[in-house]
Design a protein around this ligand. Structure first.
Ligand code: NAD
Length: 537
């Protein structure tokens, strides 16, 4: 155990069974081969916990258990509203354990506690939103087909044709580490409300809070086998994606892995929903308030240490505004303190994140990601890219402790459009800057990568902001004069990626539909009404 008081406290939580076992068939079980793998505290590099290492044989057990639950049919046979009532208890469980879960996530990811608590509350609230859609899904069952008119747009009168939305079956949920609970519960809750049986495979980099979902499921009374959780590395994920019994993979992670998952699913033609990487642009016109522009830039690329799919890591600034913006940005970034104990990082007081400011620099999640970000910076240095600020690992004295995976907030200027730091997802506190003079050029720069997850246009001119927002190729665009709402998500607002950022949409009623198949039933000779009367008589 560590000497740090905060870390010791988290390690005490982690003694609970759910953080040490796989969850299969409604039971907490050891992995068949009995192996474990470590996770470290990003702020110090100390061992945080050892997790059970699920492998292909454990995945097979979990799939078999989900198949049994699916064949037995109790869960899929319930109304969505009844299922939602049970899932609601899980969402409530997140809220009831918020402080503990936020501390665990702060320790696992290196996220300042204040942000961890905020997003944990978001996961609970979003879970409740999915549950509120249970009744809406029931109301969509057996709806008469109506194409909305047009010649021949209504089926023949002697047919009684209705639509249903059925669950897909046994599905795999594979999640990323940057917002472990949010990403995982955003899959678990709608998948279960829709009536599927599922296997969740959290990220091996940070997935501790996802393990708690097993306890929540057990306590809420989810029938055995309906939800299973297998912690393990990419081999466990690949075993899940390749399993012939899996009818859908819902995946959140990198674009590279997304394409591998699509490949695994192709031979069996199973469904995929892919929430992938991004390289979002922040387009700033010179009629923007300078302070707001600086705040928004900082929040855009430093939130969660730049480890967020929608991180705005490309700044596209109007050339007349470049000098004042970059001067102020450099000054502000160089004042930022490092967050040397995320578990206890409550509030520095002067620059509240909720108000749009980024007040501390958090560590990178783990050693391998730290090395990956530094590799990007080394390559940029070798290629002669100009560094406005940052680019190095801060010394232990500046951070306040040694061994953590920190990187200085880094701004790269006059970056070439084909440079890796412009085109690829670095996933760290690194901002690349290019300029534009006309609206046309602004759009061209914003759309100049293969990604299309999110982007922002900032201007005090609403008509100009709208024109540019309409032409940006991204699943979520923010058009703003003050930066408010940047990175914000609402459960009712669907989002997803253009291009290499994904396939499908999450959130909103469309996000629930992703976990269903649309089916028509054509009653002839008797009607649906007859069938319903027979069922109840
Ligand atoms: P990753 O692709 O390395 O891993 C994601 C998950 O996939 C992990 O659970 C991993 O074990 C598993 N995996 C790896 N190889 C696999 C394979 N061949 N088959 C099946 N599963 C496999 O991504 P990451 O590093 O965990 O997460 C960061 C990435 O996630 C970033 O690209 C980020 O932009 C993206 N992300 C996207 C969203 C979104 O909503 N679009 C949200 C969060 C994160």
């Amino acid at each position: 155990m560590s000497n740090m008081k905060s870390l010791k406290k988290v390690q005490t939580y982690l003694l609970a069974e759910c953080f040490n076992k796989l969850f299969i068939g409604g039971q907490f079980v050891d992995p068949i081969d009995g192996e474990k793998f470590p996770t470290y505290y990003p702020a110090t590099g100390e061992l945080l916990h050892e997790l059970p290492k699920g492998k292909a044989n454990d995945v097979e057990e979990a799939v078999a258990s989900a198949e049994n639950a699916w064949t037995e049919g109790t869960w899929a046979g319930m109304s969505a509203a009844d299922r939602a009532e049970i899932v609601f208890k899980m969402a409530q469980g997140i809220e009831d354990n918020l402080e503990m879960l936020a501390e665990i996530e702060a320790a696992d990811v290196g996220k300042p506690y204040r942000q961890a608590a905020m997003v944990m509350g978001g996961a609970a609230g979003e879970g409740k939103y999915w549950c509120s859609l249970g009744k809406a899904l029931d109301a969509e069952q057996d709806l008469p087909v109506n194409s909305g008119g047009g010649e021949g747009g209504v089926p023949p009168e002697e047919w009684d044709v209705v639509y249903r939305r059925d669950p897909i079956g046994v599905i795999g949920l594979i999640s990323a580490w940057n917002y472990p609970m949010n990403v995982a519960f955003r899959k678990v809750a709608p998948a279960l409300v829709a009536g599927n049986c599922a296997i969740l495979k959290p990220s091996e980099i940070a997935g501790l809070t996802c393990m708690f979902i097993g306890k929540l499921a057990k306590d809420a009374g989810i029938p055995p086998g309906v939800l299973n959780i297998v912690t393990g590395d990419r081999d466990a994920g690949a075993a899940l994606a390749n399993s012939p019994s899996i009818s859908m993979i819902s995946f959140t992670g990198s674009s590279l892995t997304g394409s591998k998952i699509m490949e695994a699913c192709a031979p069996k033609l199973s469904q995929v929903a892919l929430e992938l990487g991004g390289k979002s642009a922040l387009v700033i016109f010179d009629d923007t308030d300078l302070d707001k522009a600086v705040e928004t830039t900082m929040k855009g690329f430093l939130t969660n240490g730049g480890q967020i799919c929608t991180a705005h890591t490309r700044l596209v600034v109007q050339d007349s505004f470049k000098a004042p913006l970059l001067n102020k940005l450099k000054e502000e970034l160089e004042k930022l303190p490092f967050c040397n104990d995320p578990i206890t990082e409550k509030d520095r007081g002067d620059r509240a994140w909720e108000d749009g400011m980024t007040d501390v620099v958090q560590p990178i999640v783990c050693e391998s990601q730290h090395k990956k970000v530094l590799r990007f910076l080394d390559e940029a240095k070798s290629a002669g890219v100009e560094f406005l600020t940052g680019g190095n690992v801060p010394d232990a004295k500046t951070v306040g402790n040694a061994g953590g995976y920190f990187i200085q907030p880094t701004v790269l200027v006059n970056v070439e459009r084909d440079a890796d730091v412009w085109q690829k997802e670095v996933f760290g506190p690194v901002l690349s800057v290019r300029t534009f003079s006309t609206e046309q050029e602004a759009v061209l720069e914003a759309n100049s990568t293969a990604f299309g997850l999110a982007s922002t246009v900032m201007s005090s001119d609403p008509a100009k902001a709208m024109r540019v927002a309409n032409r940006i190729r991204a699943g979520a665009v923010y058009a703003t004069s003050n930066g408010e709402g940047l990175l914000a998500e609402h459960p009712a607002v669907s989002r997803g990626g253009f291009g290499c950022s994904g396939v499908g949409r999450e959130l909103g009623i469309g996000g629930l539909h992703e976990y269903t198949e649309l089916k028509s039933i054509n009653y002839t000779g008797f009607t649906l009404k007859d069938a319903k009367m027979k069922r109840t008589s």
